[in-house]
Design a protein around this ligand. Structure first.
Ligand SMILES: *Cc1c(COP(=O)(O)O)cnc(C)c1O
Length: 246
């Protein structure tokens, strides 16, 4: 188990390094985030004890279950799943430092209210649905700038960039088109010069498409399967669930 994880991590780091070289980027511009849904705390621990420092869950329940086992190992926790407003308190309780999946004003407002109460701030990324698939969360690209503008009014929310899940397709150019949409939005938002908004981060690219994402400017790639192996649940379990129930 340990050998597999370390071997896979080495392969991923190598892929990141090579795609950075190929696109003329410095490999320290790209952070590896481990998507740890369904992965046991024991296995996550192996990664954290061997050079990894950034992990993310999709579900509050899993965050909670693994929290005690992982809290003494230094690391950073992001949240990348659909967040229901009634789980906001938990996100704060279990030390999430960045919500990458902020995709609607109602969630931003409730998160802000809670942060005000606790006298804290939170880093956030705006999640954009660049693949135009019904099944995925995220604001539509044509509404992303307006949403960013509105969210920028909440003083406790520190907007750091954008996140997307690219199209699932073997056709690289179709996947690339999604990443280009995110990059273009980033540039448009930067041009718009919105106060209280930083647009440094582009969280895009997963096990199967991280090279393309890095070529298009990713600063965070989110990898699960290629490090921890295949999951039993289909991703739709994580991505569709709760769509009508937020
Ligand atoms: C599961 C997940 C990933 C990682 O996907 P893999 O294909 O396993 O690398 C990345 N981002 C999000 C939002 C996820 O839910």
């Amino acid at each position: 188990m340990k050998e597999d994880i370390l071997h896979n991590l080495a392969l991923i780091n190598d892929r990141i390094k090579r795609s950075c070289e190929q696109s003329g980027r410095n490999s320290n511009e790209v952070r590896l985030l481990l998507a740890t849904k369904t992965v046991s705390a024991d296995r996550i621990k192996i990664a954290l004890e061997n050079g990894q420092e950034l992990i993310a869950e999709n579900k509050v329940q899993e965050l909670k279950e693994k929290y005690e086992d992982l809290k003494d190992i230094p690391h950073e926790n992001h949240f990348i799943g659909h967040l229901q407003t009634n789980k906001i308190k938990d996100i704060l309780k279990y030390d999430v430092t960045c919500v990458q999946s902020l995709d609607r004003l109602e969630l931003a407002e409730k998160l802000h209210q809670r942060l005000l109460t606790e006298n804290r701030t939170m880093d956030v990324l705006i999640q954009v649905n660049t693949s135009n698939e019904e099944s995925k969360f995220g604001v539509n690209p044509d509404q992303a700038i307006e949403l960013t503008r509105k969210i920028s009014n909440y003083s406790t929310l520190k907007i750091k960039g954008l996140m997307t899940i690219g199209l699932f397709s073997a056709e690289t150019e179709k996947v690339r088109a999604c990443f280009k949409i995110l990059k273009k939005l980033q540039q448009d938002i930067i041009t718009g010069n919105i106060p209280n908004v930083e647009m440094k981060e582009l969280s895009m690219g997963m096990s199967s498409d991280l090279e393309t994402a890095i070529e298009e400017g990713a600063t965070i790639v989110r990898v699960g399967t290629a490090v921890f192996g295949a999951r039993i649940y289909p991703d739709s379990y994580y991505w569709d669930e709760g769509k009508t129930n937020n």
